[in-house]
Design a protein around this ligand. Structure first.
Ligand SMILES: [Fe+2]
Length: 112
């Protein structure tokens, strides 16, 4: 039986190595009027490859355990970064998940 696919959680981005930084779906948050603008970027500080043989296939965003957005990506023509206006209460745990076609699933979270 094959091993279950791994989901790597990066807890401390600043302390992460280059390979981890390259794959972390880094979350940043900004206020814009009544909206909370949530940006998820794979390759924050250390760019991830974006060619047909090695690329990020999707980014998902969760509020707690509830999926709230998903972005499917194509290599070369899209970059693994998305900004979404969200209406979420303070204290919400935002979780981002991304998938690299070679290196599996990665997750990162922050609290509003
Ligand atoms: Fe990768």
């Amino acid at each position: 039986m094959a091993a279950a696919p791994a989901l790597t959680a990066v807890k401390d981005f600043a302390a992460a190595g280059e390979f981890e930084k390259k794959h972390t779906p880094f979350i940043s948050v900004a206020s814009e009027g009544d909206a909370t603008m949530v940006t998820v970027e794979v390759g924050h500080e250390v760019p991830h490859p974006n060619g047909p043989d090695h690329y990020i296939t999707f980014i998902e965003l969760f509020a707690g355990m509830t999926p709230i957005a998903r972005l499917d990506l194509s290599p070369e023509v899209t970059s693994p970064k998305v900004t979404l206006p969200c209406a979420l209460p303070a204290g919400t745990v935002l979780r981002a998940v991304e998938h690299c076609n070679l290196h599996g699933w990665w997750t990162y979270e922050t609290t509003l």
